[in-house]
Design a protein around this ligand. Sequence first.
Ligand SMILES: CC(=O)SCCNC(=O)CCNC(=O)[C@H](O)C(C)(C)COP(=O)(O)OP(=O)(O)OC[C@H]1O[C@@H](n2cnc3c(N)ncnc32)[C@H](O)[C@@H]1OP(=O)(O)O
Ligand SMILES: CC(C)C(=O)C(=O)O
Length: 537
Amino acid sequence: MVYPAETGKPEIPSMPIHKYRSYRPFMLPDRTWPDRKPQSAPIWCSVDLRDGNQALLEPMDLDRKRTMYDLLVRLGFKEIELGFPMSSRSDFEFTRDIIDRDAIPDDVTIQVMSPIREELIEDTVKALEGAPRAVLQIFNPTSVTQRRAVFQMSRSEIKNMALRGAETALRLRDSLPGTEIYLQYGTESFTQTEPEFALEVHNAVLDLWRPRPEEQVRVVLPSSVECYPPHEFADRIEWMHRNLAYRDAITLTLHTHNDRGSAVAATELALLAGADRVEGTLFGNGERAGNVCLITLAMNLFSQGIDPRLDLSDIDEARKITEYCNRLPVSHRHPWVGEFVYTSFAGSHQDAINKGLLDMQENSSQVWDVPYLPVDPKDVGRDYKALIRINGQSGKGGIAHLMRTEHGYEMPRKLQIEFASVVQEKVEHGGEVSSEQLSEWFSEEYLQVNGNEVEGTTEDCANSVLDDLTGAKDAASDVREVCFQPPTGSSGLWVAYAETTIGTTTRWGVGIGNSKDESLTRCMQSAARRLLEGSTA
Ligand SMILES: CC(=O)SCCNC(=O)CCNC(=O)[C@H](O)C(C)(C)COP(=O)(O)OP(=O)(O)OC[C@H]1O[C@@H](n2cnc3c(N)ncnc32)[C@H](O)[C@@H]1OP(=O)(O)O
Ligand SMILES: CC(C)C(=O)C(=O)O
């Protein structure tokens, strides 16, 4: 490519950048969030049944919604949004289904939403009849563009709309005997709203609701559209956190979308900036590029030794159920849960994982510290089987790991090198090699013995046995190194490994037997055959 500076011609961008404006930084010079570290998990609220559901080509049917709800309860969510009861018959029926079936555990609070229309808020509250407790969320968009293009309203009209909704919600708060209603208000499109105006609207609503520390209300500052980098969002959240009225009586909530691909980062920084609660979805389903992935956030805490307050011990079950409910696949590369995220194909990484696992075992270490594996896959219900998968990119370390963990061979280092070159030759043009295939190749290469019968071999006579088997004259063959693997478990079998030479040819032999001597005999037979064949290695 030739750049304009080199040609001397004016720069003509290939993309229509003139259509876009950069964000105006809010600039919080005395920001404190960069100096903090996460200490505990926030309050999680799943919006899978709303944000997630409304982003599907085919919204969930009742059975799928129930399945998702049950999963969320099992995972340990204490706050679960059921949806917009007044948006459709199915949302209404689902809300009633959960309440009528008494499916709300004592420590779980459901949440419902309504736009700011008096009759809709009233009907939403009616739909909650019989629920022990519920969050009632109202919201209205406050961004510059939505004020102008969608509502044709001034700032004060938008604020009055919020206040109208807040009044209705307050009036209805105690209208259902036996149902405790918690109020929540969100400035939808907060990220595209002037911070001073968002603060003005929230404080006006708070002045009306007059929350008390023992009777909290919720304030939602959503990243309805993620439109700037995470640090910018964190600055704005910290400023709101400092300036919101009744701060000790409000639960400051984030609701982040992933348009720029940094919803997780934005949420994490905004939590450092003062937020208490996070709304999001499992595996980041949601409108456009999705909502923030709650599983990623929780796993990020877990991997730092912080209680995530979610049960992630069977992460694959959660993924499979979510895929069923959403009828959408979760990517193979999705953090913490994707099919491949605990798998390495690359040789040097496999080698490091193999050595790291052995190191942990040898040192009986309690603290997880294995290269390329930020958590122990077993903690999230994965086994070690898929950790290392062999293809043409793999090396001796990965192969040795599979041969050890799957087939019980503790191969000496130099044998690992030799067998890796045997494998490399066979897979050069192929794809993945299963552990069964590796074992087959190992047997073919090392465990076949020809018919030459030999008496029991001891280490002392190994060299002369090899001489006999190879027909070597004048002790031209040499057994350089012998090692044994004693029986483990119920197999009762010995394994002998020996490095042998004739002239400049070096080959390993491997033998398996019921006794040490028998394994060595077979090992010598294996070595002799390979030396005579001048095998591939
Ligand atoms: C953050 C979120 O998830 S936002 C919500 C996204 N979810 C949904 O939209 C599902 C729930 N919504 C619905 O079911 C419907 O849109 C309803 C029942 C609320 C309204 O339906 P309709 O009357 O047919 O209106 P429609 O959907 O075409 O347009 C939305 C209208 O609500 C207005 N509106 C948008 N947001 C809000 C709000 N928070 N409060 C009040 N009115 C709002 C729009 O300005 C528009 O008004 P208009 O009819 O005067 O043009
Ligand atoms: C109403 C708010 C909280 C919301 O869901 C959004 O902006 O995405």
